[in-house]
Design a protein around this ligand. Structure first.
Ligand SMILES: N[C@@H](CCC(=O)N[C@@H](CS)C(=O)NCC(=O)O)C(=O)O
Length: 214
């Protein structure tokens, strides 16, 4: 069975798309239009009751519905592509940074910036309330990048080779770039280096961001 990949261009699924290209996977793309509510249809919720993208159905019919196990599966399934650093200590560090990107930078920061309505409280669900929630999100993101700044200083990648953690940090930096949230110097240089990676260019071009490279 061919793998099926449920994704939305320019979302967190972009990083999984990059990892699938890194391992030269063969997969069928199923576009999910979040704005149109494709992720809330009964058919989609049967596939992923969480109503989120990405979803990956593997060639042996395993349904993966969360970013981190999906990235882990892709890396573990393709050991020759070495998408994890060497040694258990660095593997754990990679999981730690991936988790920080997905849970903190995305889950706490960008979710407030992109969907402040989710955090509204009675009496706060007006424009000013949403602006305050977005500002809180921007602060969470800015603090996270400030924390990463010394980690990335003088480095092209988090470890000695491209890993699932770099893919996760890439998508949150890509979002910062899209909304013009400034990245500190080392984060910016790291992000710009990732943008030169062939799989990153290919995926962004396929997802409609080719103009970034012209
Ligand atoms: N924790 C989830 C996060 C995925 C997620 O939040 N995806 C967003 C798009 S980047 C989504 O599906 N949003 C739609 C929704 O939550 O209704 C994961 O690990 O996959």
């Amino acid at each position: 069975m061919t793998m099926k990949f449920y994704m939305t261009p320019g979302s967190c699924s972009t990083a999984i798309h990059i990892l699938l290209e890194e391992v030269e996977a063969i997969f069928e793309v199923h576009l999910v239009d979040l704005m149109a509510g494709d992720n809330k249809t009964p058919e989609y919720l049967q596939l992923n009751p969480k109503g989120t993208i990405p979803v990956l159905i593997t060639d042996d019919n395993l349904v993966l519905t969360d970013f981190q196990p999906m990235a882990w599966w892709i890396a573990r399934q393709n050991p020759k592509k070495a998408l994890l650093p060497t040694g258990i200590a660095d593997e754990c560090r990679a999981l730690g940074w991936m988790s920080y990107a997905v849970n903190t930078i995305h889950g706490q920061g960008f979710t407030r910036i992109f969907t402040p309505d989710r955090y509204s409280l009675p009496g706060l669900d007006n424009g000013a309330g949403h602006d305050a929630i977005k500002q809180q999100g921007e602060e969470i993101v800015a603090n996270a990048f400030a924390l990463l700044e010394p980690v990335l200083a003088g480095r092209e990648l988090l470890f000695d080779r491209f890993s699932i953690a770099d893919a996760a940090l890439f998508y949150v930096m890509f979002w910062a770039d899209r909304i013009n949230q400034p990245l500190p110097e080392s984060c910016k240089r790291y992000y710009q280096t990732l943008l030169t990676r062939p799989t990153v260019r290919q995926v962004l071009s396929e997802e409609g961001y080719g103009a970034m490279f012209r």
